[in-house]
Design a protein around this ligand. Sequence first.
Ligand code: PEP
Ligand code: MG
Length: 887
Amino acid sequence: KKFVYDFTEGNKDLKDLLGGKGANLAEMTNLGLPVPPGFTITTEACKTYLASGAEPPELRDEVSAHLEALERRMGKKLGQADDPLLVSVRSGAKFSMPGMMDTVLNIGLSDGSVEGLAAQADNPRFAWDSYRRLIQMFGKTVLGVDGELFEDALDEAKKAKGAESDVDLDADDLKKLVEQFKGIVADVTGREFPQDPREQMDLAVRAVFDSWNTERAKLYRRQERIPGDLGTAVNVCSMVFGNLGQDSGTGVAFTRDPASGHQGVYGDYLQNAQGEDVVAGIRNTVPLAELENYDKASYDQLMQIMETLETHYKDLCDIEFTIERGKLWMLQTRVGKRTAAAAFRIATQLVDQGLIDEAEALQRVNGAQLAQLMFPRFDEKAGGRKIATGIAASPGAAVGKVVFDSYTAVKWSRSGEKVILVRRETNPDDLNGMIAAEGILTSRGGKTSHAAVVARGMGKTCVCGAEELEVDTKRRCMTAPGGIVVEEGDVVSIDGSSGKIFLGEVPVVPSPVVEYFEGRTAPEDGDDLVRSVHRMMTYADGVRSLRVRANADSAEDAARARRFGAQGIGLCRTEHMFLGERREQVERLILADDDAEREAALAALLPVQKKDFTELFEAMDGLPVTVRLLDPPLHEFLPDITELSVRVALAEARKEPQENDLRLLQAVHRLHEQNPMLGLRGVRLGLVIPGLFAMQVRAIAEAAAERRAAGGDPKAEIMIPLVGTVQELEIVREEVEQVVADVARAAGTDLDLAIGTMIELPRAALTAGQIAEAAEFFSFGTNDLTQTTWGFSRDDVEASFFTAYLEKGIFGVSPFETIDRDGVGSLVRSAVEAGRRTRPGIKLGVCGEHGGDPESVHFFHEVGLDYVSCSPFRIPVARLEAGRAAA
Ligand code: PEP
Ligand code: MG
């Protein structure tokens, strides 16, 4: 095995082995771009070290050989007294983990070489400052010294001198500081700062390896779903200096604007500085375009290189560079992160430039980005008084009254108020408040804080880390810059896409992308973002094999779904039609003492059900509509047991008992179940309540017959829920067929309604081969299938222990959100195979929440379903992801 690669030996496709940074440094080197020479120690070496606690034995010699080659090329030796070669030691994993792992610069400096560097650079201040930085960085990251100790000493030195910034310290001050820093290292670690350059380098490499497993790195990986066993590579790179004077500097650049996607010159430059200064924001940078005035030659060269990189990577690249005394050096490049809007614009621009094809363009965007573009946003024209800006943690625009604790959030929201939960930071105790709130605002913590992670999981708007806000939960107020005090109950508006916080209510406008999906803006009338989205949707629709249907129970939802591109309804939950005013009729059905009463109740429900279906078939004319027969346990249609008991008790006390309430209470008691989700629901209801399913089927069949008579093209499908065994389905099927035949005969037409079942119990999945004998289609109910496969109550667990599970990394995302491929997914896969074996033409779909989840859509494509069905708003996302899966 080879553990070390010179930059000339690697390429961009070796990210597994060389990490992202190393692979791209090699790629740039081989493109002939000015990269400071160096080499990369592989992730394999890191993995061996992490597994065994020791570097692979061959590593030392390999590093020596590469170091010698580097020294020959540079004409000087690492740490050489009169003219030291200095190197940086940088981490670089396969996936970028910004700021999570370690880097040490200026390795090779020592008491013996600092003067040599000073002489070579003709700049003693620079040499001593570099040495000071080395001890500080090395002390902190390699030797584990508390960084504050160095910071404090530095602050004191500045104070003693009356200096404003580091730059005001001269060579002598820095020399003294170096002595102090060395003293700190010796005091804390009980050993001297290592003077041997090779020892410095080896220790730094090991520290980078170790940094793979710091707590923050582990947390970051869990949240970003980066596997924990990849390890990091280590890049050893000869140092170039941007802090050698005004003809030096350092900067970052983007080949196009990562915020908008538009082309132009984007980036920041800082004269006479090292990269760390830019990141730390110690001094103010200038826009990259200014560089043209400082150093035209370097600027022109940089522009040229940016073009080379974009054409080569065929994508937006971000770049770190340094100019050392008028010579440009490339320190890093990678395909850059971008906003959702930029992603869509760039993808279509690159197609137009002929750099990528449509299939590739589809891989450059994703459903989560599209979903972001669909959130309503604050009306920028309406102004709004901005009081602070935090981190945009979870997109959306939320308006509500400020509350400072979870209890109040729940209480106020129960009484119909919209609230914004404001906390310094959130913890699991805040969960109920987060659920109740429109949005969440914290003054501490970043994109991976509890608030951010949980809010994203819930799809709730969140701005976190708004440090300008002083949150005082005891006095129930927060203070914004300028002394603006926001009290509990005051209205604020928070923008989870930009991080902005406004006082008062800012009006919300629908996103232009939704206006396009709604058909209110024609694509050619939209802005360039709308046009890009339209083109990407067209590509996706052109290649996808999955069809996309909607979960919809009303004509209104159906119509919107159709505008959004739905190709039918995959799930109409008929129970939603039993609520509201019709509750009473359902109560009558449940309370019926004899056949006559029950039949009367059913007869009363029939026409209203029929009307629902007629409207639905009309809205979806020509497209399939899957109607599911009643599923939930009956007690859901009855009053709450406590409320009712109180009512009955009060009436009795007043000696005016209500006959109906008494009967209701008895029924509630009779129907009470410890585990209603596992009780009398779904097909079981149909089997024990005579006439219930027959009434529903009659309503469907009559509605279909009437639509047909009226010239429509209804395509109804009847779906039986919660089937666990084929026998259940056979009995119900017989009844359904009977009713359909009756209706067809009476109407004088033939109605070929498909009859199928949901697969939402493990037993159904395991016996899918048998069930397919009686089912013309399967629709996977992955909500219940997840609930029953894991034994997780879908109504409870997300608010109880899921946060702990997510924090412990037991799963990276709730299995109710993204399909659990290994468990639930494998039941789906085998049921698909068994179903098709029994009935080759069986139609297969999914209608659980997963049908609109990007990652799950890819899974359903892989297992070969015919369609996914999801809520109307998710339809564009599902279309796009189905296209991406197929492209
Ligand atoms: C399911 O279980 O996945 C499903 C779609 O049915 P419901 O959510 O109505 O139980
Ligand atoms: Mg279900």
